[in-house]
Design a protein around this ligand. Structure first.
Ligand code: SF4
Length: 371
């Protein structure tokens, strides 16, 4: 068994694990946007769990949603209709894009989740936006305390910040393993590590990461490497596409998307008032594309490309994800000015047209590898 297997197993059995925790009295609260301050959910003694979308089949969601809905949001709603997340005690959404906002209404109407809350996330980072977001975080805290009958004292919040920051530091160290050539972990493995951190208790994930970091240098099955790639885009909540990329000669060594570096790159300041520090961290983290701050976002992509010494980049944009689609041509331009070949790929979360995508990825990697 590979030392990476526990992360994949956890991902595959996440519903069973969450249900099992429930039998022991733990509440489980779903979230769907990385602007959700998980520390507060953790501090109310619940498991914060990211909702992933259904792949391949969204027949139930298709009944209700217009055809031009983002396929990730569609996939998530499909899981709700199917009852995959029927164990959730609560669900927290955040106003990151129109698709997500509207889908929240659909969840509220169709999913039978006892408690639901919406965090109004500003799309700018002005002083007023900061004050507004702090108030939103305060509202979330009050909602959690009332809904789940447990107060969140400062000490619990500080403890949550410590555990979450530790997870972020460890994930940074895991990413450092990809600076080597060949990298010590593959892109698929890195993605599965980050995704698993989103669905389990962070202290348990920290333990697994520490074990991995202690043992990885002597692993028996290291990746073989290939054309070093940066991948960028919105979300990638399963590893099927990266498996294809790495099967045809790519070696994904860096990323800039919500289910990768953007999720854990920034720490919460552990000095001072934790609630202010949490609000500050989430509003000012590496911005997703709904947030004003294109230069900073592109800057992160370019820095990742340089630090991880990539040969090329693939920008994966989800169909109908307007915010990322608007950014994509400019991001492509920026990366090209750094001398990098860039492939722009629009994909469906349902993975339709996979064979055609594989052909394009293969041709691109061959072209870069042959330079
Ligand atoms: S993938 Fe894009 S459109 Fe879909 S929920 Fe995320 S940001 Fe919104």
């Amino acid at each position: 068994m590979s030392i990476l297997s526990p992360f994949r197993n956890l991902l595959n059995t996440r519903h069973d694990i969450a249900r099992n925790l429930k039998t022991k009295g733990k509440k489980v609260i779903g979230w769907s946007c990385t602007y959700t301050p998980e520390e507060l959910i953790y501090a109310v003694s619940a498991l914060p769990l990211m909702v992933f979308g259904d792949v391949e089949n969204t027949k139930l969601a298709d009944i209700y949603l217009p055809v031009n809905t983002c396929s990730f949001a569609r996939g998530c709603f499909n899981t709700a209709l199917k009852g995959d997340y029927d164990y959730l005690d609560g669900f927290v959404a955040s106003s990151s894009c129109d698709n997500r906002d509207k889908i929240f209404d659909m969840w509220r109407h169709h999913a039978e989740i006892p408690y639901m809350h919406f965090v109004n996330t500003p799309h700018t980072r002005t002083k007023r936006a900061q004050t507004f977001f702090y108030e939103e975080i305060l509202k979330l805290k009050t909602w959690l305390e009332k809904s789940f009958g447990r107060m969140i004292p400062e000490i619990r919040l500080k403890n949550a910040v410590e555990i979450y920051n530790e997870n972020r530091r460890l994930l940074r160290r895991v990413y450092d393993l990809r600076k080597k050539e060949p990298p010590l972990i593959s892109g698929v493995e890195a993605l599965e590590i980050v995704l698993s951190s989103m669905v389990m208790l962070k202290e348990n994930h920290n333990e697994l990461l520490n074990r991995l970091l202690a043992e990885v240098s002597s692993r028996a099955d290291p990746p073989k490497g290939g054309v070093r790639l940066l991948v960028a885009g919105s979300v990638m909540d399963n590893s099927k596409l990266l498996k294809i990329v790495e099967a045809v000669g790519g070696s994904v060594v860096a990323d800039d998307w919500c289910t990768g570096s953007r999720y854990f790159w920034n720490l919460v300041d552990s000095n001072g008032d934790p609630l202010h520090a949490i609000a500050d961290r989430y509003l000012n983290k590496i911005p997703s594309s709904f947030m004003l701050g294109q230069e900073e976002r592109f800057g992160h992509s370019m820095k990742m490309a340089k630090t991880f010494d990539v040969d090329a980049a693939i920008v994966f944009t989800l169909k109908f994800c307007d915010t990322h689609l608007f950014d994509a041509p400019q991001l492509k331009e920026k990366l090209r000015t750094q001398g990098l070949p860039v492939l722009l790929l629009e994909w469906e979360h349902s993975l339709s047209g996979l064979a055609q995508m594989k052909t394009r990825i293969e041709a691109f990697i061959e072209m870069v590898g042959g330079v």
